[in-house]
Design a protein around this ligand. Structure first.
Ligand SMILES: Nc1nc2c(ncn2[C@@H]2O[C@H](COP(=O)(O)OP(=O)(O)O)[C@@H](O)[C@H]2O)c(=O)[nH]1
Ligand SMILES: [Mg+2]
Length: 195
């Protein structure tokens, strides 16, 4: 469960075991992964965004996300302090098919994952769902409520994605801090229950 545990000196002497939990943020291209990491991170999130270049044309499927001009080529990274000795590290997974090779490495030691979904392009989250199911990594599906997207109730999304009864589905707004917090709390709670 811990991907890093180390001791650091306390001001009062003695040591404190610090724990960092690793969480992945996955989902299709343009679904809000970079936004979610940026909303909640207390450090300036590390983005590795590149302007979509001509080279990506015909390779990256941008239908429905034409306005998106930057894409995360490697990963987003953010950190949240839960307690003095407990951090969450968030890793946004690269959305495009040609970066799949990075996933196994990213998933190593992860506590769980958030799969972001957009009801207008729900199928885009299937590869991530399949991947985490196969890996038996606990995950929650967070439906990012874009303007203009039809509202779906969690039950409908659950059926459409083919999730089992135990996998939580939650509506969220990746731009809203308390909403993202709620998603992460749900994931950590779910992951603890599964383990
Ligand atoms: N309306 C709305 N727009 C969002 C939301 N989350 C992200 N966006 C926008 O959708 C676009 C794609 O988001 P981004 O985080 O880059 O997607 P990524 O490819 O999954 O990292 C950006 O222009 C965001 O500003 C949301 O909850 N609501
Ligand atoms: Mg991104």
């Amino acid at each position: 469960m811990e991907f890093a545990g180390f001791d650091r000196p306390r001001p009062s002497g003695g040591t404190l075991t610090a724990t960092a939990l690793k969480i992945l943020v996955a989902g299709g291209f343009g679904v809000g992964k970079t936004t979610m990491v940026g909303t909640i991170s207390e450090i300036r999130p590390l983005h590795t965004e590149e302007l979509l270049s001509d080279r990506g044309v015909g390779v990256d499927d941008v239908s429905g996300v034409e306005r998106k001009v930057a894409t995360t080529v490697a990963l987003d990274f953010g950190r949240i302090t839960i307690r003095q000795d407990l951090w969450l590290y968030l890793f946004g997974t690269p959305g495009q098919d040609r970066f799949w090779f990075m996933w196994d490495e990213l998933a190593l030691g992860a506590l769980g994952a958030v799969v972001l979904a957009d009801t207008r392009r729900l199928a885009d989250c299937f590869p991530a769902v399949d991947y985490f199911e196969q890996l038996k990594l606990p995950f929650v599906v967070a439906v990012n409520c874009f303007d203009g997207a039809r509202r779906h109730d969690p039950g409908k999304v659950r059926r459409a994605v083919g999730l089992d009864e135990t996998t939580p589905v939650i509506m969220c707004d990746a731009r809203n801090r308390s909403s993202v917090k709620e998603v992460l709390t749900m994931l950590v709670t779910h992951a603890m229950e599964v383990r």
